[in-house]
Design a protein around this ligand. Structure first.
Ligand SMILES: CC(C)(COP(=O)(O)OP(=O)(O)OC[C@H]1O[C@@H](n2cnc3c(N)ncnc32)[C@H](O)[C@@H]1OP(=O)(O)O)[C@@H](O)C(=O)NCCC(=O)NCCS
Length: 358
C-alpha cells in the first residue's frame, strides 16, 4: 500500500470510486465538478492524498483552500472533502491513515487550519484524537412549510404515527401561514438577478466588518461558487435600497423525499439594516409560492441575525433527530493565534454555502 499526493489525472478513477463509495450526491460525481472544485477555485488549487494498492486507487481524501476572515485578517484554511475508501478495504484504519497524512500535507501547504463538514460515516474517524479535528458548532435547521406541504413522505421516512404527524404538521403549515410577511418600505426593491457585479463586492466589504469570523464572500468567490457551479442552478435574490444592494440570498430547488424544497443556501446583509434579513425571506417566499414549492429550508447558528427573522416569519426549528442534513463544523488549527475564534461559535457567521455538498 502506498499513499501519494493527488494528481489531476486521478479524477476519472476517483470519480468512479466516489460513485461506489457514496450513497447520495450522485449528481455531483462528474468530471466537470472535479475540475470546478479543484482547479477553478479562486482561493487556489485543491490537493489531497491517494491510497494505491498495486496499481489500483483504493482511497482518497481531498482538500481545497478557502479564504476566511478571522478578526482583522484574511487567512487560508483547507476544507477536507470526499474521504472515501474502497468497500473491500474498509475497517483497516486506511481512512484514519489518509486523514493523518492529509493533515500533514495541509500543514506543509501553509494553511492556518483544516476544517470539514463530515457525514455520519466519517465524523467519529475525523474527531478521534488520532486525527485531531474537533467540533466547533452544529447549526440548527429551520423549515417553513408552505401551502402544498405534504407530510405523507415524512411519515414513511420516520415511521411516525400517521395520525399524530398529520395533525401536527397540518397545524404547523396552518400556523406558519398565519405569520404575516414583513412590510417592505417604499424605496426598497426585491428582484432576482442573473449576474454578480461590483455592488456585491461593496456589500461584502461593509458586511465583513461586522462579523468576527466568516468565509470570504467577495464578488470573485460568489461568481465561482454560484454562477460557475457545474451542477446546481442557483437563483440570486437581492434587496436594494436606492440602487444599492443591501442583501442577497442564494436559493435553489431540490427534491427531498418526494417533496420540492427551496433550500436557502447563502446570504449576506448590510449590518446597518438587519431588517433586510426578513425582506430576503419574503423574497424567498414569493419565489417559492410562484414555483409551487412544498417548503423552505435553511440552517443557521442561533446567534446569527437571520435566526430572529426565521422566528418572525413562521420557520420552525427541526428537532436534531429529524434533521434531514446534520451538519457539524470540525476544525484542527495550526495557528494558535486563531484558537480563541475556534472556541467561540457565537462569533461565527456560517451558511450551507460554506459546505461542499449544497
Ligand atoms: C468513512 C470511511 C472513509 C471510513 O474508512 P475506513 O478505512 O473503513 O475507516 P477506519 O478503518 O480508519 O475507521 C476509523 C474509525 O471510524 C469508524 N468508522 C468507519 N466507518 C464508519 C461508518 N461507516 N460509520 C461510522 N463510523 C465508522 C470506525 O469504527 C473506526 O473507529 P474505531 O477505530 O474507534 O473503531 C469509509 O467507510 C467510506 O469510504 N465510506 C463511504 C464514503 C463516506 O461516507 N465518506 C465520508 C465523507 S465525509
Amino acid at each position: 500500500m502506498k499513499i501519494r499526493p493527488y494528481e489531476t489525472k486521478d479524477n476519472d478513477t476517483l470519480n468512479r470510486l466516489k460513485l461506489q463509495a457514496f450513497e447520495s450526491g450522485m449528481e455531483r460525481m462528474r468530471l466537470d465538478f472535479w475540475h470546478w472544485q479543484f482547479e477553478q477555485n479562486p482561493a487556489g488549487k485543491g490537493s489531497g492524498s491517494v491510497a494505491v494498492e498495486g496499481d489500483e486507487i483504493v482511497g482518497f481524501l481531498g482538500f481545497v483552500p478557502k479564504r476566511i476572515k478571522i478578526g482583522e485578517r484574511i487567512v487560508v484554511g483547507a476544507q477536507i472533502l470526499d474521504l472515501m475508501v474502497d468497500p473491500k478495504m474498509r475497517g483497516r484504519q486506511l481512512g484514519t491513515f489518509l486523514a493523518q497524512r492529509t493533515n500533514m500535507q495541509i500543514q506543509e501547504s501553509g494553511a492556518s487550519f483544516t476544517f470539514g463538514l463530515p457525514n455520519k460515516n466519517s465524523y467519529r474517524l475525523l474527531t478521534h484524537e488520532r486525527v485531531g479535528l474537533r467540533t466547533i458548532f452544529s447549526p440548527s435547521v429551520w423549515v417553513k412549510p408552505l401551502r402544498s406541504f405534504s407530510i405523507l413522505t415524512l411519515v414513511r421516512r420516520y415511521r411516525l404515527p400517521a395520525i399524530a404527524t398529520r395533525i401536527g404538521t397540518g397545524c404547523l403549515a396552518l400556523l406558519s401561514s398565519c405569520f404575516r410577511p414583513p412590510h417592505v418600505p417604499t424605496g426598497v426593491t426585491m428582484e432576482e438577478v442573473e449576474g454578480i457585479d461590483d455592488r456585491f463586492e461593496h456589500l461584502w466589504r461593509i458586511a465583513s466588518q461586522a462579523h468576527p469570523v466568516l468565509f470570504v464572500r467577495d464578488a470573485e468567490y460568489l461568481r465561482w461558487r454560484y454562477l460557475l457551479h457545474p451542477v446546481y442552478k442557483y437563483r440570486i435574490l437581492c434587496v436594494s435600497e436606492r440602487g444599492r444592494i443591501v442583501g442577497f440570498l442564494m436559493v435553489y430547488e431540490r427534491l427531498f423525499e418526494g417533496m420540492r424544497i427551496g433550500q436557502l443556501v447563502d446570504w449576506l446583509v448590510d449590518p446597518a439594516l438587519p431588517q433586510a434579513n426578513a425582506w430576503l425571506l419574503r423574497a424567498a417566499q414569493n419565489w417559492a409560492h410562484a414555483a409551487g414549492l412544498d417548503a423552505l429550508i435553511a440552517a443557521a447558528l442561533p446567534t446569527m441575525s437571520i435566526a430572529h427573522a426565521f422566528r418572525r416569519m413562521g420557520y420552525f426549528p427541526v428537532p436534531k433527530r429529524f434533521e434531514p442534513i446534520t451538519t457539524n463544523l470540525i476544525v484542527l488549527s495550526f495557528d494558535n493565534t486563531l484558537d480563541r475564534y475556534f472556541q467561540s461559535p457565537a462569533r461565527w457567521f456560517w451558511t450551507w454555502g460554506d459546505s461542499d455538498v449544497v
